[in-house]
Design a protein around this ligand. Structure first.
Ligand code: KE4
Length: 433
């Protein structure tokens, strides 16, 4: 695979951008390679600046559930752009989008449009603290919720202890207001509530963890979070930035039947443009300025280009009504199930132990012969094999996420031929590990 233009582009970028990128994982540090510079994308394919074509399972880290550059979304953005990129004033498209999200998520009565998942989660935390009058929040080890200070926190000295800063620049005093407990472990969460009765404002969780690779909730886990929050007067915040509109039209809440008090959405909901959502019960959301006193604002919140892409994307997903929408998610399920089965067979045939976790069109292939149900399990997997597998697949024209702690995303643009080619490339790659 020729990549001299990407290498040159990376050298140029490193002169003006820290690490040559605008988001760390893109630098391919997780796979010990220099990054590809992408020239364009269409459907299930991305093309780098050297003219190489790849079957894409990154999908911009989740937004591209329709595949890249769907004609109706491109046309909607173009049409919106001709009317002006941004007004800093309310538009009809924002109300239309909010109404679509309310229809999809039964737990969301009102919402605020913002520009990133980080902003959505930051706002949800501020609302939870204001609504409960409490300061402490709980997050799970291995879950990622954007880069706001309260969430760049590692687990404390002991289980259910207060957190410590995970990044320079995060004050320890602030990190101490975040308690970090293992995912899929409700006993430790129960301990946390017992240790800080009346302190905990909210439990924040990815209902389907996808930032340590894909780790599904164990049966009963989400229900236990719901009941522990109810018993202790805390709010349950579902960070559905990845799972929202991904694992079901109504996200993990629809798939698992557990309602959150506040929900954060991103990625798919924005159709690939900078748009995210913080939504929930009206009695909580109405605390937001200008109605209430919880301040939150944004110059480009609900931006016309982003809402155009968002409305066009959701319109395609819900076109034809509930049965048609279910058919689309069944198609995603079937493609991803075929990929999972094919990868498992190829690995077994090559004598390579793998565990594949999948929820809908979201999946991860871990190099281990053991189950993977939390971050400790992920850390025990063979990351070195993942790195070699990534490179072998890239050299065969298959673009996986450049990190063992990310996910593979299947889109409605992927075909059964894409899946067959991917499985074939995987078979060759597994045999070379
Ligand atoms: P953004 O601020 O990146 O829009 O969203 C933060 C975020 C919040 N919640 C969840 C569950 C997320 O996965 C994310 C961001 N996801 C990462 C990759 N898994 C984005 C890719 C990147 O950081 O470059």
């Amino acid at each position: 695979m020729r990549n001299h233009k990407s290498i040159e582009a990376f050298a140029q970028a490193c002169r003006v951008l820290p690490g040559g990128v605008n988001s760390p994982v893109r630098a391919f540090g997780g796979v010990d390679r220099k990054p590809l510079f992408i020239a364009g994308a269409k459907g299930s394919r991305v093309f780098d600046v050297d003219g190489n074509e790849y079957i894409d399972y990154v999908g911009s880290w989740g937004p591209m559930i329709l595949g890249h550059a769907p004609p109706a979304v491109v046309a909607a953005i173009q049409k919106a752009a001709e009317r002006g990129a941004s007004f800093g004033a309310p538009t009809l498209a924002e109300t239309e989008l909010a109404s679509r999200v309310v229809r999809a998520f039964g737990s969301i009565e009102k919402l605020r449009l913002l520009c990133s998942g980080t902003e959505a989660v930051m706002t949800a935390i501020r609302l939870a603290r204001a609504y409960t009058g409490r300061d402490t929040i709980v997050k799970m080890v291995g879950c990622y919720h954007g880069h706001s200070d309260s969430l760049l926190v590692s687990a404390g000295s002991g289980l259910a202890e207060r957190g410590t800063a995970a990044s320079p620049g995060v004050p320890e005093a602030l990190a101490a207001l975040t308690v970090v407990v293992p995912y899929n472990d409700w006993d430790t969460l129960r301990q946390a509530f017992r240790k800080q009765p009346g302190d905990i404002a909210a439990v924040l969780v990815e209902p389907v963890a996808a930032n340590m690779g894909v780790v599904p909730p164990e049966p009963g886990y989400l229900e236990s979070l719901r009941s522990l929050c109810d018993e202790n007067g805390a709010l349950l915040i579902f960070d559905e930035v990845i799972s929202g509109f991904r694992v079901a039209w109504g996200g993990a809440q629809e798939r698992y039947g557990v309602r959150a008090d506040l929900t954060c959405l991103g990625k798919i909901v924005g159709g690939g443009l900078p748009l995210a959502v913080c939504g929930g019960r009206a009695e909580i959301m109405d605390l937001l300025a200008p109605l209430g006193h919880v301040y939150q604002a944004g110059t480009l919140s609900g931006n016309p280009l982003a809402t155009a892409a968002a409305n066009a994307t959701l319109e395609i997903l819900e076109a034809g009504g509930t049965d048609k929408t279910k058919e689309r998610y069944a198609q995603l399920e079937s493609l991803a199930a075929g990929l999972e089965t094919g990868l498992a067979k190829a690995a077994a045939h090559a004598g390579v132990p793998v565990t594949i976790n999948r929820v809908g069109s979201l999946l991860s292939c871990f190099f281990t012969d053991k189950p993977v149900r939390n971050f400790d399990d992920v850390r025990a997997t063979d990351i070195g094999s993942f790195k070699r597998f990534f490179s072998e697949m890239l050299d065969r024209g298959v673009y996986l996420a450049p990190s063992a702690y990310e996910a593979m995303f299947v889109s409605l643009a992927h075909t059964s031929q894409d899946i067959e080619r991917t499985v074939e490339a995987a078979g060759e790659s597994f045999r070379r590990l």
